[in-house]
Design a protein around this ligand. Sequence first.
Ligand code: E4P
Length: 217
Amino acid sequence: MRIFIDTAEVADLKVLAATGLVDGVTTNPSLIAKSGRKIAEAIEEICALIPGPISAEAVASDYDTLLAEGRFLAKIAPNVVVKLPLTPIGLRVCKALSDEGTPVNVTLCFSAVQALLAAKAGATYISPFIGRLDDNGQDGMELIRDIRVIYDNYGFETQILAASARTAIHVRDAALAGADCATLPPAVFNALYKHVLTDLGLEAFMKDWEKTGQSIL
Ligand code: E4P
């Protein structure tokens, strides 16, 4: 499963890129607002930093402007993925941009039939929001499992990008459910390394090693 980072903070991405484990980045209007950056500048910098797919979200509510925004964002760098909302206009623009060869990430997906429509509109990625479904008293992971079955039933190539992940358990379950990618806030990515037995085990090894008085180099 490919791992994307869900942030527009370039400083955080520089640190995470150095791990060699980051395959891409997703942003959204809230994350751009939080960064305090101009969207085009932030996306250009992120695209240069991480060679994988970088989602940049268009925001207009009418077809022509949404399409123009998508085309503008796509021109920022070759690895931009245009992110569009799962609305009738969003999916029309998805179809138009996909037909032009621009990859699209359809966002704000909360049901399997929405994911079916996005795939039919040619989306490269579908972003089901696990955490927000859980917050709403529903089972976010069930949605990932349902979309996997539907896409496999019909051979859709749209990739499932598990979004709104809040915990390492979400990441494990999304991988088990066959999500193609997951996008994680930096804190959730960092939590993937952690296990108390790793820390305790390392501490014990280091104590014993000190007793040997050896150095490897
Ligand atoms: C996905 O692309 C979204 O940017 C993101 O995962 C939303 O997560 P949130 O529900 O934590 O805001």
